[in-house]
Design a protein around this ligand. Structure first.
Ligand code: PLP
Length: 411
């Protein structure tokens, strides 16, 4: 009899987006004429930059000629892409990353979910709360999280609340943890850390032999000067941090799939006898076993992001979404709603008015204004009472949504 991995049975259903879908479907069937605007899901709506399209067309032609045809790619990515990543994303910011510290992949989702495989099952973990659910669920599947309580918390996870009260800056855990997941600019709150605030975590990790898993999928949206684009801008971070980046939101690659992870050679974890092992080589070995690389065509598309035209087009994309973010932020502030984020990230995190809980506000917004957002409670217990809107909609829908907030929502 094949026994199931019972860790998978512990996962609560994919409640959040399923429940949103159910409520929207029910509303639409009762109100078929309603024009519902969706500002809930974090997917982009603009097409790929022209530079990427052209590079991928050319790469398809390469695949059609014997002299330029490519079979299996390198597990860790082609030189042409890795060299650009090192030069533009790191060297230009004064950070030295070596070629074999970069691992190109099909997504930051898979990398942030898979990285926990390198660590012992007895490692303790901390996550910010609210949180991108992948970090938690991947550890549940591995059997590292204990039991799920009535309060929506796993018994073996340390939750680091990020709320308006602490300015969305997580405080250091009271008792020592081995692995710390940080995501800045943050999904869902849209908030960031300054370099000094991030340094507190790097120092903690160095003092405690902990490892920071730093997700900077939204790095391209940073506009303020004192916000670090990479954790390696902080001194000593190369000893203790792994960084995840993605082309998904930067260049509209959500459907094309390309990302990368940096694992400096200094980052180490320990065996039960206290022997140190570099995670860089362990990850290489893991990827070589379980992953056959990103397609040549897609990597050529990603490379084009770094060309002068690509950089210009990507900036236009980011600016477009950040104008949406400003429209939402300012529009909601004008009617007295407490808003956060939306300055260095494409997410606006708002406090549900009049002390409402997240789901009550979801229903109110859907019923009164026909707008769909994401209840903050779905991202963790500290998200209760908050609500996420995304800047990834069309300009028309974004403006219309703000207008409806002003004219239809009964505050
Ligand atoms: N990390 C965060 C914080 C995200 O919000 C997302 C997507 O929404 C991802 C990673 C996934 O990125 P990718 O599309 O590269 O898998």
């Amino acid at each position: 009899m094949a026994r199931v991995n019972e860790n998978h049975l512990k996962l609560p259903g994919n409640y959040l987006f399923a429940e949103i879908g159910k409520r929207v479907a029910a509303y639409k069937s009762a109100n078929p004429e309603a024009n519902v605007i969706r500002l809930g899901i974090g997917d982009v709506t603009k097409p790929l930059p022209q530079a990427c399209i052209e590079a991928m067309h050319k790469a398809v032609d390469d695949m059609g000629r014997e002299e330029t045809f490519k079979g299996y790619p390198e597990y860790e990515g082609y030189d042409f892409l890795i060299n650009k990543i090192i030069e533009v994303d790191y060297k230009a910011r004064g950070i030295n990353i070596e070629r074999d510290e970069v691992f190109v992949s099909d997504g930051a989702k898979s990398d942030t979910a898979n990285i926990q495989e390198l660590f012992g099952l007895d490692c303790t973990i901390a996550v910010t709360d609210p949180v991108y659910p992948v970090y938690v669920d991947s550890n549940v599947m591995a059997g590292r999280t204990g039991v799920y309580g009535q309060d929506g918390r796993w018994s073996s996870i340390t939750y680091l609340p990020c709320t308006a009260e602490n300015g969305f800056v997580p405080e250091l855990p009271k008792s020592r943890v081995d692995l710390i997941y940080l995501c800045f600019p943050n999904n869902p709150t849209g908030m960031t850390l300054t370099k000094d605030q991030l340094k507190v975590w790097v120092d903690y990790a160095r003092q405690n032999n902990s490892i920071i898993l730093f997700d900077s999928a939204y790095e391209a949206f940073i506009h303020e000067n004192n916000v670090p684009h990479s954790i390696y801008e902080v001194e000593g971070a190369k000893e203790v941090a792994i960084e995840f980046r993605s082309f998904s939101k930067t260049a509209g690659f959500t459907g094309t799939r390309c990302a990368y992870t940096i694992i400096p050679k200094e980052v180490k974890a320990y065996s039960s006898t206290g022997e140190a092992f570099g995670l860089n080589r362990l990850w290489y070995r893991r990827q070589a076993t379980k992953f056959n690389g990103v397609s040549y065509i897609v990597q050529r598309g990603a490379e084009a992001v770094y060309s002068p035209e690509g950089q210009k087009q990507v900036k236009e994309l980011v600016d477009f979404y950040m104008t949406n973010a400003a429209i939402i932020r300012e529009g909601l502030k004008a009617i007295g709603i407490e808003v956060y984020g939306g300055i260095n990230a494409p997410y606006i995190w708002l406090k549900a008015p009049n002390g409402m809980d997240s789901w009550s506000f979801f229903d109110k917004l859907l019923n009164e204004a026909n707008i769909v957002g994401t209840p903050g409670a779905g991202f963790g217990p500290s998200g209760q009472g908050y609500f996420r809107l995304t800047a990834f909609g069309s300009r028309k829908n974004t403006e219309e949504a703000v207008e409806r907030f002003k004219t239809r929502l009964k505050l």
